[in-house]
Design a protein. Structure first.
Length: 178
């Protein structure tokens, strides 16, 4: 996995895109994760440990699907869906390194979710490619630590004085507060 540094504007752009997807697809939650299930961005913003588990298990299910594709002679499947009585889940690969995980209720159709997820995936893939190309090069705004970036992107209070930031935001560090 390539480490990515996300500055404030890039974080806002990622969040804006998944928030648009949330509204257009009439979804309950949208998660942008790396292939390991680490949450990079989510909409709506809320502290919920269950979302961490959903992200990890969704990524695991997608990895299993990728292996099924290999065993059946496919180069890979781009998406997988799980339909429940009340809540359904759609997992879509952006480029093999990142996933969009969309949770939606039965009042929304899978077709609507697929349509808007694929549109958002195109935009997000472009953004993530740009982040990959600029990783390691200094940003005009940063790089920021996890807490500073999160505070600036989501208009949260600054970290507590004396608190040592953990690490730069990377593709393997969530952009949400635990």
């Amino acid at each position: 996995m390539i480490g990515l540094t996300v500055d404030i504007e890039q974080g806002r752009a990622l969040t804006r895109t998944i928030t648009d997807l949330l509204v257009q697809a009439e979804a309950s939650v949208v998660l942008l994760t790396d292939i390991g299930g680490n949450i990079l961005a989510q909409a709506p913003q809320r502290e919920d440990r269950e979302l961490l588990t959903i992200a990890a298990l969704g990524a695991g299910a997608f990895s299993a699907t990728r292996e099924l594709a290999r065993l059946t002679g496919e180069t890979g499947f781009r998406s997988v869906s799980h339909e429940g009585e009340k809540t359904s889940l759609f997992v879509h690969s952006l480029d093999g390194d990142f996933l969009l995980i969309v949770l939606f209720q039965r009042t929304t159709t899978l077709g609507l979710v697929k349509l808007y997820t694929r549109q958002a995936a195109t935009s997000l893939a472009t953004m993530l490619d740009a982040l990959r190309q600029h990783s390691g090069s200094p940003s005009a705004h940063g790089p920021f630590t996890l807490d500073e970036t999160h505070a600036a992107v989501f208009d949260l209070p600054a970290p507590t004085p004396g608190y040592a930031p953990q690490r730069p935001v990377t593709a393997t560090s969530p952009m949400h507060v635990r």
